[in-house]
Design a binder for this molecule. Sequence first.
Ligand code: FES
Length: 83
Amino acid sequence: MSAPINFTFNGSTYSGEAGQSIAAALISQDQRVLRTTRFDEAPRSIFCGIGICFDCVVVVNGIANQRSCLVEITEGAVIVSKQ
Ligand code: FES
């Protein structure tokens, strides 16, 4: 078993396993809301889980529009819902 990978999401620290997507790591720790919609702040989580719907986009290390269902967690990553 590999060492846990630590990262932050909206300022809170989480950990996951190597090879886990951001969405999988967060949802496995009951963090289901990944972002909110632009105009009415409606919560969004994963929908398709395979990179098609873009419901799960987050900002990873300052890079916007990263699909959290596809991007793997990395040690020290700073992930936020919005810039
Ligand atoms: S959940 Fe659909 S693109 Fe990530």
